[in-house]
Design a protein around this ligand. Structure first.
Ligand code: FES
Length: 168
């Protein structure tokens, strides 16, 4: 399984999507009402760039001569021949049990691994402490402060199985 940071959360608001290139394939990452979903950008009909199609909803007919738009923003319509797919699970609207496009796992996480791990930070801190505290000085009482990471990222996972729940 491989992990790919797509963008910051504030760069992909609800109703928006972006198409990215990962390991030789293109994938559409969608924000549907605050939930993130990813589809292979390849229509199972004739391989059109599916995620470049219009994002829409389902038209239903609750009664004669009536039309109603439901699930607005959850359906993508293929730009070539108009087949429609459910963004949340990749299934075709007209034949959901037999036609679908591949989906991927997307999570919202704080910092990407490695960004908060500076191998030189401990060494730099140790040098600072050694320079200001003599060997015979008592241990100082350190004042501490709460620290929060406010920036979050949209992260895509490629692989066979769903990863275990990840901490935010
Ligand atoms: S290629 Fe998508 S509907 Fe034909």
């Amino acid at each position: 399984m491989s992990r790919h940071v797509v963008c910051r959360v504030d760069e992909l608001p609800p109703g928006q999507h972006r198409i990215i290139s990962v390991r030789g394939r293109t994938i559409g990452v969608f924000n549907v009402n605050g939930e993130y979903h990813a589809l292979l950008n390849r229509c199972p009909h004739r391989a059109a760039p599916l995620c470049q199609g219009v994002v829409t909803g389902l038209i239903t007919s609750p009664a004669q001569y009536q039309r109603e738009l439901t699930r607005d923003g959850e359906i993508v319509r293929c730009p070539w021949h108009g087949w429609e797919f459910d963004i949340t699970d990749g299934r075709s609207v007209f034949n959901p049990h037999r036609v679908r496009t591949r989906t991927y796992e997307v999570f919202v996480e704080t910092a990407p691994p490695g960004e908060d791990e500076d191998p030189d930070a401990d060494a730099a801190g140790a040098q600072l402490v050694q320079a200001t505290i003599g060997p015979d000085d008592p241990d100082p009482t350190l004042e501490t402060y709460p620290v929060e990471v406010e920036q979050q990222f949209v992260v895509l996972y490629l692989g066979q199985s769903k990863p275990a729940a990840r901490p935010e």
